[in-house]
Ligand binder design. Structure first.
Ligand SMILES: Cc1ncc(COP(=O)(O)O)c(C=O)c1O
Length: 411
């Protein structure tokens, strides 16, 4: 029977609309409502993942706390200091917990991160990128006034001279590590006599205090296979450690030798001369690290996936695929692969544009229906966190806290 347009709407609506989804009164909060509850002290008891806006960032507290403990134990068992890198999470709540577990402070990649950490009361900051240009230098000096234990890196004598002059006019002493480049040709002075000469220069400057050496070999961190990664890190960190040893032999005050990544934490800990670890991703983890292989096999599972993007199935018109509301804007896209589906099991994900992703359902552990919540492991945690304002901290299904990603952004 053919329906008029008007009739179609009437008949069609009756036929298509499933019994109304009952939205419980205490559910479906928006961000302001959740934050309002937290600020008013009424808490968020009873708020579950199901109530959250999507896409949003979840922090699995059990996995996160276990990661933090595990790295802290590793450092203390190996007689090393721990100064985790806050570039990964950009969140002072996380930094506070890392310090609470025994870290000396945190590393930061930008002056913006340093300022956010200091504002939250975190000390022991090591800025691992060079401070060049008036804006960065002046902000660094202001930070040193507030936090005299702040450290910065230097890889060129002219920058050392600039920092010395700025510290003199600001009336502060700046603690400095010489940044020695293992391989990356990103930042850092080449190892050897140039590095030692730069340390001597820093040591001579009136307003700088030489504290040690910074050597981060990012090229080793994701080498696949534990033995290959070990060979890689030993080869390229060797000359950095030798430069540090040469400074020690000259009597320079270089008590700190900082380096390592989540991929090499259990390799670099055994390197002669290393004093502290500046690991970052271990706190959250991502697909990028899962696939590098661990000591025991093909999956690197020393640390658990604590970070997920929560998405909702918003379209399901086919047996084999469903569409979620998390696409290119919900994930960092700097890797050649996308996210992995953590829950439900058996699904695969592919980008389907800015706001959408496609789930392949063939091997799904259960039927997928409209409104289902899907949890995805992010491809690369650092840039993924930087896309969000907050993370919802969950234990099981329940939201326990909401933490601001207070150091996000680029300034
Ligand atoms: C200078 C520096 N140190 C430490 C880290 C931490 O590395 P990971 O997150 O692989 O542990 C990074 C990460 O990019 C870094 O750039």
């Amino acid at each position: 029977m053919k329906h008029s347009r008007r009739e179609w709407f009437r008949v069609g609506l009756h036929a298509a609309v499933a019994p109304t989804i009952m939205i419980p009164k205490a559910s479906a909060y928006d961000i302001q409502e959740i934050e309002g509850k937290l600020e008013s002290g009424t808490g968020i008891a009873g708020v579950t993942k199901n109530d959250l806006p999507t896409p949003s960032l979840l922090l699995d507290l059990d996995a996160f706390e276990s990661n933090i403990r595990r790295m802290a134990d590793h450092a203390s068992e190996n007689g090393l200091d721990l100064r985790p890198h806050a570039k990964t999470h950009k969140c002072s709540e996380i930094a506070t917990r890392q310090v609470g577990a025994g870290a000396l402070g945190v590393c930061v990649a930008t002056i913006r991160e340093a300022e956010a950490m200091a504002a939250a009361g975190i000390g022991g900051l090591l800025l691992t990128s060079e401070s060049v240009g008036l804006n960065k230098i002046h902000r660094l000096m202001r930070l040193c006034k507030r936090r005299p234990d702040t450290m910065a890196v230097v890889d060129h004598p002219s920058n050392a001279a600039e920092l010395d002059e700025a510290a003199g006019s600001a009336g502060v002493r700046l603690n400095v590590l010489v940044d020695v480049d293992p391989l990356g040709r990103r930042t850092g002075i080449p190892p050897g006599s140039d590095a030692v000469a730069l340390a001597e220069t820093v040591d001579r400057l009136a307003n700088l205090s030489l504290k040690g050496v910074h050597g981060y070999c990012g090229a080793s961190s994701h080498v696949k296979g534990f033995e290959d990664r070990k060979r890689h890190s030993e080869k390229y960190m060797g000359p950095v450690l030798e430069s540090h040893a040469a400074m020690v032999r000259k009597g320079l005050p270089v008590e700190i030798m900082s380096g390592a990544s989540t991929g090499t934490y259990n390799i670099d800990s055994a390197l002669e001369g290393m004093t502290e670890l500046q690991v970052g991703s271990y706190a959250l983890m991502d697909v990028d690290y899962r696939v590098i292989g661990g000591r025991g096999g093909e999956v690197y599972d020393d640390f658990g996936n604590a970070l997920h993007v929560l998405a909702t199935v918003i379209s399901k018109n086919h047996d084999d695929i469903a569409t979620v509301d998390a696409g290119l804007k919900a994930f960092a896209t700097d890797r050649s692969f996308g996210p992995d589906v953590a829950r439900p099991a058996g699904l695969t994900y592919a980008f389907r544009g800015d706001e959408h992703g496609a789930l392949t359902l063939a091997d799904s552990e259960r039927e997928i229906v409209l409104g289902d919540k899907i949890e995805l492991v992010v491809p690369h945690c650092d840039p993924n966190v930087n896309l969000y304002d907050r993370m919802y901290c969950v234990r099981g299904d329940y939201v326990q806290q909401v933490w601001k990603i207070d150091a996000r952004g680029h300034v």
